[in-house]
Design a protein around this ligand. Structure first.
Ligand SMILES: [Zn+2]
Length: 97
């Protein structure tokens, strides 16, 4: 069966916490969006907003890593906002160091 994951976009102001952590398993974190159900524990509506600094404070290593990864993800954008007209460089090519 194909896995469908639905995300709800969350509007985050500059000065508001924009990371959403599953309070049930503390294993999933997203930035400016939450899944309809947690992909790890299947819990619904268990996501609460935190700042990255807060997650670094109490989160597990893997949670902090996920939060940092999420910080580079583009947030879910409402369709009303057009994509910027720029050619984005290939994100798949990472410098090997
Ligand atoms: Zn969970």
């Amino acid at each position: 069966m194909a896995e469908t994951r639905i995300f709800w976009a969350i509007e985050c102001a500059e000065d508001e916490p924009e990371y959403f952590v599953c309070m049930s398993c503390l294993n999933e974190v997203y930035r400016c969006k939450v899944p309809s159900a947690c992909p790890t524990c299947d819990a619904i509506s268990t996501f609460e907003a935190f700042r990255l600094a807060g997650i670094r404070d109490w989160g597990s290593e893997s949670l902090v890593a996920k939060a940092e990864q999420a910080s580079t993800d583009p947030p879910a954008r409402p369709p009303a906002q057009p994509m910027p007209h720029v050619e984005s460089p290939s994100l798949t090519e990472m410098p090997s160091s």
